[in-house]
Design a protein around this ligand. Structure first.
Ligand code: ZN
Length: 501
């Protein structure tokens, strides 16, 4: 049912805002989107969220009751693969529809950034030109504006959705900010595109409130391993800071306590030990569970504002997380546990798109082209991602292969095509991997030596794709990388996440 607020927010505003205005083309399927109104859009990215740790994707622990309920109203892509196992390139593939080998954005590291080339445009820019008010509230670090993520946003701020251990205490403020932007949008008569992102699931897995950590650690805790940030109630340094310091300086000093935590968290952890792995996964699950609660809170804001039904909500992650499945930790390698992410799209009520599950493998960089197809908006920039609307309607994927790249190295690649996965990820002296996804979806048995003909076929496909991406990138990138300036606070956040020593 259309409510007054939704109509007010959804009016096309061809004359509002800055930048070139673009008239929308007719919807590809008249009636699927509302041709004269654009819906509000919430793009919710839960950083570092493995698909298989959500109930909707088959997890056996109750981490996600709210996302599971949301999934019943959404199109759920059972096998969505990210284009990178790291934050900046994965998110940039989402925002540009280009593979990392084309947009060439990599994680910030050691103060050496690889920002988006000025010649490449983002979907946010197109949405603003189409009349959207564009707001990004994010966790900073590798989605910082200096990398190019702020392009097209009216507001792009790391101040409100925090990944740190104070997140629990700040979420009420965050929610007020989200609420107020819905009202601002209403008053200005513009549809709203809101990007929300946080690092609650990211290591050192201590962001969830203590009650969440306690619940998941019960019976799985190993003595001596971390169970929380240096105790937020008993830590004498924090007590002193709380007593003697106020305002922004207090936040920064508390933050400095946290930045040591990532470095110390992994000391003493041996993920090859099942008991240690259980302990760490329990903490990770507490973050998943808290993320589920945060997601629910945002959905409740939409409901209380009367705009939930008419809002298009995309829930996804940039990459997964490894707990020693292939001998590693966190998210560096090119295997399924670091690349299989949730992707759910709830379309506005009253349209022709009904909730369902989609089985074929899809790319996360297809999400925004799908959105534009649904909205009937032209994509006035070169993209590699394809609309998934045909797949949602039950057809075959336009391109039944997905590609992923590691950070900064475009000679290594993972290609999933048909039932098979090939990767030349160099790990533990193994140069090539070949997996049969039908029989081995967790990528445990390397068939490279057993299936030479298939290996050659997949090698050829990977080489073709590498060449294709390289040539596409040459055409798209018209200028060299810009020289960015990095805010020292960004460096601090990267240190907290373990990217800067
Ligand atoms: Zn990430």
């Amino acid at each position: 049912m259309l409510c007054v607020l939704a109509v007010a927010c959804g009016e096309r505003a061809d004359t509002a805002g800055s930048g070139t205005k673009t008239k929308a083309a007719p919807a590809t399927e008249p009636g699927e989107s509302t041709s004269q109104r654009l819906p509000n859009i919430v793009l919710f990215s839960i950083d570092t969220l493995r698909a298989d740790h959500l109930g909707a994707y088959g997890y056996n622990r109750p981490t996600s009751p709210n996302i599971d309920a949301f999934a019943k109203e959404a199109v759920l892509f059972e096998r969505a693969i990210s284009q990178a196992p790291t934050t900046a390139p994965a998110h940039m593939s989402l925002f540009t529809g280009l593979t990392p080998a084309v947009h060439r954005v990599s994680n910030l590291s050691e103060g050496k950034p690889f920002p988006l080339d000025p010649s490449i445009r983002t979907f946010t820019e197109l949405l603003r030109e189409a009349g959207y008010h564009t707001v990004g509230l994010h966790g900073g670090g590798n989605v910082d504006g200096s990398i190019g993520f702020d392009r097209g946003f009216d507001l792009y701020s790391p101040e409100y959705i925090s990944f740190n251990w104070m997140a629990a205490h700040r979420s009420a403020v965050d929610l007020d900010v989200i609420r107020s932007w819905i009202e601002i949008c209403k008053k200005r008569g513009r549809p709203l595109f809101m990007f929300l992102h946080h690092y609650v699931c990211h290591s050192p897995y201590l962001s969830a409130p203590e009650s969440y950590r306690d619940r998941y650690l019960r019976g799985r805790s190993v003595e001596g391993l971390p169970v929380g940030v240096p105790d937020e109630r008993k830590n004498p340094v924090l007590e002193m800071i709380d007593r003697q310091v106020a305002g922004q300086r207090k936040k920064l000093l508390r933050w400095n306590v946290f930045t040591t935590t990532h470095e110390t968290f992994w000391q003493g952890v041996d993920l090859a030990r099942p008991d240690h792995r259980d302990h760490v996964v329990a903490l990770y699950d507490s973050g998943v569970s808290y993320s589920d609660a945060l997601f629910h809170q945002v959905m409740e804001i939409l409901r209380s504002a009367g705009v939930y039904d008419e809002t298009l909500v995309i829930l996804l992650s940039d990459h997964g997380e490894e707990f020693h499945e292939h001998g590693g930790r966190e998210h560096r390698q090119l295997f399924v546990e670091t690349l299989h992410v949730p992707l759910l799209i709830k379309f506005p009520a009253g349209g022709k798109v009904k909730p369902r599950k989609v089985k074929p493998v899809v790319s996360v960089m297809d999400a925004m082209p799908t959105l534009f197809d649904y909205l009937g908006l032209p994509i006035q920039m070169p993209v590699q991602g394809r609309s998934l609307m045909p797949v949602i309607r039950g057809g075959a994927p336009a391109r039944p292969e997905v590609v992923s790249y590691p950070d900064r190295d475009f000679s290594q690649v993972r290609l999933e095509s048909g039932n098979f996965v090939y990767t030349n990820w160099r790990s533990a002296e193994v140069g090539e991997w070949l997996f049969d996804m039908t029989e081995d979806p967790l990528e445990r048995r390397n068939l490279a030596a057993d299936r030479p003909d298939l290996l050659t076929e997949m090698q050829d496909a990977a080489v073709r794709r590498l060449r294709e991406d390289h040539e596409f990138g040459e055409r798209v990138r018209q200028a060299g990388p810009a020289t960015p300036t990095i805010d020292p606070k960004v460096i601090e956040k990267l240190r907290a996440l373990g990217y800067v020593q």
